[in-house]
Design a binder for this molecule. Structure first.
Ligand code: HEC
Length: 142
């Protein structure tokens, strides 16, 4: 007896297998898109600042700040003397609350940057304390 190479049943089975393979491929693609998309969204352009939807308030950011220590560090590190040389007067006009420093996080970041560039060796709590004093006396961010 000659057996047909493909019975109707075989054809149906092959069609089902093909459909299943396609569905799997589509699912795989979907998963890939889902996996890849968020990671792309999280990678900012090199120059982009990290998005800060709600910047912390000064009250939050400087909660642990030691204002007495901050004042002492500002005096010790001659921050004012150098600023005075740059802008004259009492040096305070170097602080521009409406400039690029427009929130407490940016203020703290600037103090951190000075700390690094001038090699002051301040600890994170000290940077916060210095920034807290500048905020109290000059920037006045809430
Ligand atoms: C050697 C000089 C020098 C010293 C020391 C110095 N600064 Fe500055 N600082 C500058 C100059 C110059 C600028 C302005 C930079 C600019 O406009 O790009 C500046 C800007 C700043 C600003 C940003 C002002 C603004 O609103 O844009 C902050 C905050 C600041 N300094 C904090 C400090 C603190 C705190 C210290 C001490 C721990 C310090 N600086 C020590 C030279 C100095």
């Amino acid at each position: 007896m000659i057996k047909p190479s493909h019975s109707a049943l075989d054809t149906a089975a092959i069609a089902a297998a093909l459909a299943a393979a396609k569905a799997t491929a589509a699912l795989g693609l979907l998963l890939l898109v889902l996996l890849v998309k968020p990671s792309q969204a999280q990678t900012p352009a090199p120059s982009a600042r990290p998005a800060a939807p709600t910047p912390p308030s000064a009250a939050q950011l400087f909660r642990e700040a030691d204002l007495t220590l901050g004042q002492k560090l500002i005096a010790e590190n001659r921050c004012v003397a150098c600023h005075q040389q740059k802008v004259g007067g009492d040096g305070s006009s170097i602080y521009r609350p409406l400039g690029r420093i427009n929130n407490p996080g940016a203020l703290r970041g600037m103090v951190e940057q000075c700390n690094t560039e001038l090699n002051l060796g301040l600890f994170p709590e000290e940077v916060s304390s210095v920034a807290a004093v500048l905020n109290r006396d000059h920037y006045r961010f809430p």
